[in-house]
Design a protein around this ligand. Structure first.
Ligand SMILES: Cc1ncc(COP(=O)(O)O)c(C=O)c1O
Length: 366
């Protein structure tokens, strides 16, 4: 370790393990791939959104403004006051700020697992200790076990609803039991617009320890614009606002998202498409020998293929050779038995299902 690193870089940061984004880089280097690996929306932006983004780029020599009009539009969309919303460069930015505010060396976070890996990586980067509490065998939230994991060092309880990668949304009564502990509870609802899980935004008014993370990247399909937001207690939101970097949302992001929010019929169409294709993928995989798949309110479906006798890496690699990229779920603590496939276009989903079925045929039938 160099002297500079050893003497000056803060401890938690020296061995920081970043969120692993290798699959994104790989897909960008191989543009022919069907990107069924990173929970993007298969539908490109509407004509209206493209025009709004182009208008913004036409004056791309100017710094953007703070996006108060977008905050107001999101407040209306979620029926919450504007003071309870802070924008971020993707929900990733504001989740990062929140963890920096709440987690210091030795603090603990409780994470209902398997889930989005970012909660764990950000806890560690800030010197905290992530405590994973496993979901039940039917991928339900184990509220008792979560309550039992709380200590006087716990500073965040992390939930994701609908949960990535299992697809299930949590119930309001489960969340309220955790909120009653008074511990800051972050519910990442990135996939809310992909299906029909319940929005917990209305609970923020009565629970100052609840923070909801939301994004325009998934159901709205605007991942490249990098706009997300938190909904929470105005006092806490004000601190996040003061700590986050200025100008992190581009003018393209502000105007593109404003336009997307002004097109509710388009959002409805997207939600219906994603949800019905997720149901179709699940139903088809569930019928295959040796596959256990799970219903999903996200834009992805999780499948356990251990009973097929096939190895996850062999399945992923064979699909890759056919230009379909899906994800092995080792990174989510699923011990190499599960794959996650993101809803693609109808053609991509058809092709995936056909190849996946052929791959998993019992040995004698190949
Ligand atoms: C649960 C969850 N939260 C947040 C994100 C990232 O969201 P954003 O694009 O708003 O940074 C992802 C991306 O895959 C995710 O799965």
């Amino acid at each position: 370790m160099s002297q500079t690193v050893d003497r000056f870089v803060k401890r938690g940061f020296r061995s920081a393990a970043p969120y692993n984004a290798e699959h994104h880089d790989f897909a960008w280097q191989h543009r022919q791939l069907a990107r069924m690996m990173s929970n993007e929306c298969p539908i490109p932006p509407s004509e209206g959104v493209r025009a709004a983004v182009r208008d913004a780029f036409d004056i791309g020599h100017l710094y953007p403004y703070s996006g108060k009009d977008l905050v107001a539009a999101l407040a209306r969309y979620n029926s919450v006051p504007p003071e309870s919303i802070v924008l971020g460069n993707g929900s990733t930015e504001v989740l990062d700020v929140l963890v920096r505010l709440l987690v210091g060396p030795g603090d603990e976070t409780i994470i209902a697992s398997p889930t989005y890996a970012f909660f764990e990586s950000q806890t560690r980067i800030n010197g905290g200790v992530p405590k994973a509490v496993p979901l039940t065998s039917s991928w339900d939230l184990d509220v008792e076990a979560m309550l039992g994991a709380i200590t006087d060092k716990t500073t965040i309880i992390f939930l994701c609803s609908p949960n990535n990668p299992t697809g299930k949304g949590w119930r309001r009564d489960q969340l309220v039991r955790l909120l009653d502990t008074g511990i800051p509870t972050v519910v990442d609802q990135a996939y809310l617009e992909c299906g029909y899980a319940e929005s917990f935004a209305p609970l923020v008014a009565d629970h100052p320890n609840l923070v909801i993370a939301r994004t325009m990247s998934k159901g709205f399909g605007l991942a490249a614009l990098r706009v997300g937001y938190l909904i929470g207690d105005p006092e806490l939101i004000d601190i996040v606002q003061r700590v986050r970097i200025p100008f992190s949302i581009s003018l393209m992001g502000i105007w593109g998202c404003l336009q997307a929010l002004a097109e509710p019929e388009e959002l409805k169409r997207r939600r219906e498409f994603i949800s019905s294709e997720a149901d179709r993928l699940h139903a088809a995989m569930q019928k295959m020998d040796g596959v256990e798949s799970y219903p999903s309110d996200g834009n992805f479906v999780l499948a356990d293929i251990s009973a097929s006798g096939r190895s996850v890496s062999a399945v992923v690699d064979t699909l890759l050779a056919e230009d379909i990229l899906i994800r092995a779920m080792g990174a989510h603590g699923l011990k190499g038995s599960h794959v996650r496939v993101t809803v693609g276009t109808i053609e991509q989903n058809d092709r995936f299902l056909k190849l996946f079925e052929e791959l998993l045929l019992p040995v004698g039938q190949v």
